[in-house]
Write a protein of this length. Structure first.
Lengths: 148, 376
């Protein structure tokens, strides 16, 4: 079944990222319909497993939006997130999930229009990828032997 | 919920309440609140509902030491696994270690992923697309990334396994379509995902035409040999641990090692030892290295102490206390390195080492990686 709108989980931190997204809303910018923003306190608290969980639950892409490193509310959080992102990129590469399905971006305050632009670019890129990251159906020969 | 079938299947009904299990349990030794005997008795006496919701249900390492001593032959590991499966279906969970990343990687592999997991195979290694042998790598490519900070260099195990196989005249198949064996999901109660992974692996191996599957991970080997037949039926191929195959080759004279001057000790992983009774092949491989001295720990073979953690769940202070005792025994042998045949034992014990003083710890390495040095 073809889906026209990619499903995207957008994780924002509580500070620059959320503020920018909030500002975009106030300025009446529309987010692409498949986007699901989810706020965390700081991007530095997000682990690789949360990103993989999004793919397991059917996301076509995951975007992380954090503060610029020098503006991080907790000083080290945005840097920590960048390190985590490097690890999760390697893990998803092993799992065969296309690198274009993940994006990490850092924003200042009041960058609503800019953030929506980046989000739209990300969604456009996802739409151009041919297949879902992980097909939900199993190969046909599998599953016949399952007991109970 | 009717718990009678679990009690019958695992012979828990025969429990004589003697307490030998609790007396031998390495966890009970460091955590007096934990008692395998009491857990079984609670289920027998109709208190199973509280066991299902008890966080202690997830503490057992399923090391199997209790079962080797039980006069009634209660299969306590199977009992725990089946109780966890019930608990999992009611949304109970153990505490996932490492932020649950390993469970996540395992569950993603139940889906139709196309992994890139064979990038470690360099030009110096000979593999094949059509051979009698298939080398089942297990989660080593993932461990190599996730546990890089522990310095375990997990992928070296795979590289050296292929080197050793090549030297024995075998160019094994290695598949990108291989999935995690799923053992750790079974231990975490997620039977459905385990069964899916088992089916995918069996199908992949069947389709490859391999007749014999070789393992370097004790957990994968045990999952295939003991759990897969129970959950997905008999396997249409043979299985062997690399050390079993090497021991045969050494006896037949098809393989020889260069001298290595060292004193080592060998940790029997629960899966290789108590579960599969593979005690001698790893020792035979080590004995074939000229100049090598194997010094046994106080508790070895069927008495070996567990590495302290399994299934990537409920790792905590008790695990650390068990690992500390393991390290003490290893150091007392005077060995410079403790070898094992399970990458997870290596990971857990290497992790424990970080918290110990220099005088309390010992280097932990996989036997396959270590023996690779003896190839010259």
């Amino acid at each position: 079944m073809a889906r026209t709108e990619p499903r995207v989980v957008v994780l924002t931190c509580n500070w620059n990222a959320l503020q920018s997204l909030d500002q975009a809303g106030k300025q009446r910018f529309a987010l692409p319909p498949g986007v699901r923003p989810l706020k965390v306190t700081c991007m530095g608290q997000v682990g690789s497993s949360a990103i993989l969980k999004a793919f397991e639950k059917g996301a076509d892409g995951v975007m992380l939006v954090a503060c610029a490193p020098e503006e991080c509310h907790y000083e080290f959080g945005s840097r920590r997130a960048a390190e985590m992102f490097k690890e999760v990129r390697q893990l998803t590469a092993l799992l065969g999930i296309h690198g274009d399905r993940l994006q990490f971006t850092q924003v200042g305050t009041g960058e609503g229009a800019n953030l929506v632009g980046r989000l739209q670019d990300f969604v456009d890129r996802l739409a151009s990828l041919a297949e879902e990251p992980i097909h939900r159906q199993q190969p046909s020969a599998i599953g016949e032997g399952a007991a109970d | 919920m009717n718990f009678q079938p679990i009690l019958q299947r695992t012979h828990a009904y025969l429990c004589a309440d003697c307490g030998k299990c609790t007396g031998s349990c390495p966890l009970a030794r460091v955590d007096p609140a934990y008692s395998p005997r009491r857990i079984v008795e609670r289920v027998i006496h109709g208190d199973a509902a509280t066991v299902v919701t008890d966080p202690q249900l997830w503490d057992c390492m399923t090391c199997g030491l209790c079962s080797t001593r039980c006069p009634s032959s209660v299969d306590f590991q199977r009992f725990i696994i089946e109780m966890r499966a019930v608990a999992y279906r009611t949304s109970e969970r153990g505490v996932y270690a490492h932020d649950g990343i390993l469970q996540e990687i395992m569950r993603l592999q139940t889906m139709n992923v196309h992994q890139n997991r064979t990038g470690w195979i360099g030009d110096e290694l000979r593999t094949s697309d059509d051979d009698e042998y298939l080398y089942f790598v297990g989660c080593l490519p993932y461990y190599d990334l996730i546990f890089a900070d522990l310095g375990v260099q997990a992928i070296d195990i795979a590289r050296n396994a292929v080197r050793l196989l090549n030297r024995a005249g075998i160019a094994p198949m290695v598949s990108n379509e291989e999935r995690c064996c799923g053992a750790d999901l079974l231990l975490a109660g997620d039977v459905d995902s385990f069964r899916k992974l088992a089916e995918l692996n069996v199908h992949m191996i069947e389709a490859s035409g391999a007749k014999k599957v070789v393992f370097t991970c004790a957990e994968c080997y045990n999952a295939f040999k003991n759990d897969y037949p129970t959950y997905v039926g008999p396997l249409p191929f043979e299985t062997a641990h690399l050390t079993e195959l090497l021991a045969e080759e050494l006896e037949a004279g098809g393989l020889a090692f260069e001298p290595l001057s060292a004193r080592v000790t060998y940790h029997d992983p629960c899966r290789m030892g108590r579960f599969l009774k593979v005690y001698e092949p790893p020792r035979a491989v080590l004995a074939a290295v000229p100049g090598l001295e194997l010094s046994e720990m106080e508790d070895n073979r069927e008495r070996a102490i567990c590495c302290g953690s399994t299934g990537w769940i409920n790792c905590g202070p008790s695990a650390k206390a068990i690992q500390k005792e393991k390290m003490r025994q290893a150091r007392e042998t005077g060995a410079s390195v403790m070898l094992t045949t399970c990458p997870k034992c290596q990971i857990h014990l290497s992790c424990a080492s970080r918290d110990l003083d220099a005088g309390q710890k010992i280097e932990v390495m996989d036997l396959t990686s270590w023996i690779g040095q003896a190839l010259g």
